[in-house]
Design a protein around this ligand. Structure first.
Ligand code: NOJ
Length: 558
C-alpha cells in the first residue's frame, strides 16, 4: 500500500454539492426548507453520487444577505430546525458516505450580533476591538463589494460615534482579525462545528478576512496575515485529522499559491478557481477553448494536499471581473444580452441552461468539461437537473429559488401556501412542470441521469482529481483535447465547443501498441489503437468524450 492513499486526501476526488437548507426541502410545510427535509433527501444525494455537502449559512441571522450576516455562530435558524436536527442529518449523511462542510462566515458579523451590540454601545467593552473603527473615514480607494447599494467601506455609527469598516453591506461590520481574541473566537467556532461532526469549512471572503491593511502595527497583528490561515489549518488538523478548508478567494492564480501555503500546503486546503471559471465562459462564448487552455497552462503548481475546486455556477452572480472589459462584453453579448441579466456590470445573474439557450448537448458538454478539469467539481443544487433562474427576482436571488422535486406547481418543495414560501418557485420553461428531479429519475436520457453517470465515472477515475493534466495540440480549433495521467490511470478528454462536427487527430505520447480507448460515457464506442502513432476521433457538434486509455496488460476495468 502506498503511503498516501487517494482516500486519505478525500477532497481531491470528492464531488461537492452546495445547497441552502432553506430552499432544499420543506419537511414541516411552513414554507421554509429545513434540516428534516435535507435528511429526507440524503438518499437522493447519495444516489446522485455526492460525497460532500457544503451547507450555505444556516445560522441565526436577520437575513439581509441570505444568511451571510450571522447574528449567532453556535446555533441554527429557528425555521430550519435545531442542533438536534443538524446532528441527525450529519449522522445520516455519514451513514451514506457523505461528508458535510459548512460555511464559515467570519470576515464580518451581522450588526445584530451581540458582539457588535456590545462594541457599539461601550468603548470599554472587550468587544469594541472585535471590529475595525476609525474616528475619520480613511481616504481609501477601496470599493465596496456592492457598489450600487453602498458608497464605500466605512459607515458612521451614531452610538459608537465612530466609523466602522464593512467590505460588504453596512449591516455586516468587519471583524478585526488583528485582535488575537477574534482569532481565538474564530477557532472556537470551528471547534464547535467540528465536534458536531463536520468535515471542514467553506471559508467566506478570504482575501478580506485576512486583510490587515491600515492595522499592520496593531498590537496583536500578525507579521504575515497568511499566518492566520495557517494557524486555522493547524487547528483544524489538531481537532480533526482529515478536515479541510475550501476558500473563496477570487484573486489571481499567483496570489492563490500563497493562500494554499505554497509548497508546504499548510494554508487553505482547497480554493475555487475563479480564473479558470471565467476563462471557461469566455471560451464557451467564443466557441474556442483557447482562453481556458491558457488559464489551465498558467495554473501554478501546488502541494499534493492542496486542490483546485472547479465549478460552473455558484449561488452568487457569475463573476466576470477577471476578464478585460472587451472580453466581459463578449460573454455578456453571448449569455446575458439584457441589462437585467447582469450584476453591477461585473457578472451575470443566470443559471447555465438558459445562458446556453437550453441546448441540452451544449449544457452537458459544459458539465462534462468542468468535471474533466484537473481538480474537484463543486455542484450547486439544481444543476444536476438543469434548473434555470427566476428572472423576476432581483440580483442573486434569481438563482436561489426552491429546489424542484416534482412537477407540481410548488415543485414539491413545500405544501405551504404560495405566499408563505421562502422564495417563489421558478415558473415557465424552467418551472417544475418541465424541470424536476422525479420525472428525470425515470428518464434514462435525462440531465439527472447524465450527471449520475459522469459522477460515477469521475469517482472511479482517480486520475481526474489527482493526475497531471496535459493539453494537446491538434488541428481542430474548436476542440479541447487533454489528458489526465495519474499513478494508475490515464484519461483522454475531448470537448467540442462549437455546434459543428469536428475531427481530431492526435499523437498521444506513450500509447502502447494494442491499447484500447474505452469510452466511459457512451457504451460500444471503444476504439483500439493500431500503433501508427496517431488516433483520429470524429466528434459531433458540442460533443464530449471521456476515453480511458487501457494498455494491453492492465488490471484496470474498461
Ligand atoms: C461571499 C458569499 O458567497 C456572498 O453570497 C456573500 O454576499 C458575501 N461573501 C458576503 O458574505
Amino acid at each position: 500500500m502506498r503511503i498516501t492513499d487517494t482516500s486519505d486526501l478525500w477532497w481531491k476526488s470528492a464531488v461537492i454539492y452546495c445547497l441552502d437548507v432553506a430552499t432544499f426541502l420543506d419537511y414541516d410545510d411552513d414554507g421554509v426548507g429545513d434540516f428534516a427535509g435535507l435528511a429526507h433527501r440524503i438518499d437522493y444525494l447519495q444516489e446522485l453520487g455526492v460525497t460532500c455537502l457544503w451547507l450555505m449559512p444556516f445560522y441565526p441571522s436577520p437575513g439581509g444577505d441570505d444568511g451571510y450576516d450571522v447574528s449567532e455562530y453556535y446555533g441554527i435558524r429557528r425555521e430550519l430546525g435545531d442542533l438536534g436536527d443538524f446532528v441527525e442529518m450529519i449522522r445520516m449523511a455519514e451513514d451514506r458516505g457523505i461528508r458535510v462542510i459548512v460555511d464559515l462566515v467570519v470576515n464580518h458579523t451581522s450588526d445584530q450580533h451581540p458582539w457588535f451590540t456590545a462594541a457599539r454601545s461601550d468603548p470599554e467593552s472587550p468587544y469594541r476591538d472585535f471590529y475595525v473603527w476609525r474616528d475619520r473615514t480613511p481616504r481609501t480607494k477601496e470599493q465596496n463589494e456592492f457598489p450600487d447599494v453602498e458608497d464605500g467601506i466605512w459607515s458612521y455609527d451614531e452610538k459608537a460615534e465612530q466609523y466602522y469598516q464593512h467590505r460588504f453591506y453596512s449591516f455586516q461590520p468587519d471583524l478585526n482579525v488583528t485582535n488575537p481574541a477574534v482569532r481565538d473566537a474564530v477557532a472556537k467556532i470551528m471547534g464547535f462545528w467540528l465536534q458536531l461532526g463536520v468535515s471542514g469549512f467553506r471559508v467566506d471572503a478570504v482575501p478580506f478576512l485576512i486583510d490587515h491593511s491600515g492595522a499592520e502595527d496593531a498590537p496583536g497583528a500578525l507579521d504575515d496575515p497568511l499566518d492566520f490561515l495557517k494557524s486555522l489549518r493547524a487547528f483544524l488538523g489538531r481537532r480533526s485529522g482529515d478536515a479541510m478548508m475550501l476558500g473563496e478567494a477570487n484573486i489571481p492564480h499567483d496570489e492563490q499559491v500563497a493562500y494554499f501555503g505554497g509548497s508546504d500546503g499548510d494554508g487553505l486546503t482547497m480554493q475555487f478557481d475563479f480564473v479558470a471559471n471565467q476563462q471557461m465562459y469566455l471560451a464557451l462564448a467564443r466557441q474556442d477553448p483557447t482562453p481556458l487552455v491558457e488559464a489551465l497552462k498558467a495554473r501554478p503548481d501546488i502541494a499534493i494536499e492542496s486542490q483546485w475546486a472547479n465549478f460552473v455556477r455558484n449561488h452568487d452572480e457569475l463573476t466576470l471581473d477577471k476578464l478585460s472589459e472587451s472580453e466581459r462584453d463578449e460573454v455578456f453579448d453571448a449569455f446575458a444580452p439584457e441589462p437585467e441579466m447582469r450584476f453591477h456590470g461585473r457578472g451575470i445573474t443566470r443559471r447555465l441552461p438558459p445562458m446556453l439557450g437550453g441546448d441540452p448537448r451544449r449544457v452537458r458538454m459544459a458539465y462534462s468539461l468542468m468535471f474533466s478539469l484537473p481538480g474537484t467539481p463543486v455542484l450547486y443544487y439544481g444543476e444536476e437537473i438543469g434548473m434555470g433562474e427566476n428572472p423576476d427576482l432581483d440580483d442573486r436571488t434569481g438563482v436561489r429559488t426552491p429546489m424542484q422535486w416534482t412537477n407540481e406547481a410548488g415543485g414539491g418543495f413545500s405544501h405551504a401556501p404560495r405566499r408563505k414560501l421562502v422564495r417563489p418557485v421558478t415558473e415557465g420553461a424552467y418551472g417544475p412542470e418541465h424541470v424536476n428531479a422525479t420525472d428525470q429519475r425515470h428518464d434514462d436520457d435525462s440531465m439527472l441521469n447524465f450527471m449520475k453517470r459522469i459522477i460515477e465515472r469521475y469517482r472511479a477515475s482517480a486520475e481526474m482529481g489527482w493526475g497531471q493534466c496535459e493539453v494537446y495540440d491538434h488541428d481542430a480549433p474548436t476542440v479541447l483535447a487533454h489528458t489526465l495521467t495519474g499513478e494508475e490511470g490515464r484519461m483522454l478528454a475531448l470537448h467540442n465547443f462549437a455546434p459543428e462536427p469536428a475531427t481530431v487527430t492526435l499523437a498521444l505520447e506513450g500509447m502502447e501498441h494494442g491499447s484500447t480507448l474505452v469510452d466511459l460515457l457512451v457504451n460500444d464506442r471503444t476504439m483500439s489503437y493500431d500503433g501508427d502513432g496517431t488516433i483520429t476521433i470524429p466528434l459531433d457538434g458540442y460533443d464530449y468524450r471521456w476515453l480511458r486509455v487501457l494498455p494491453a496488460e492492465t488490471k484496470r476495468l474498461g
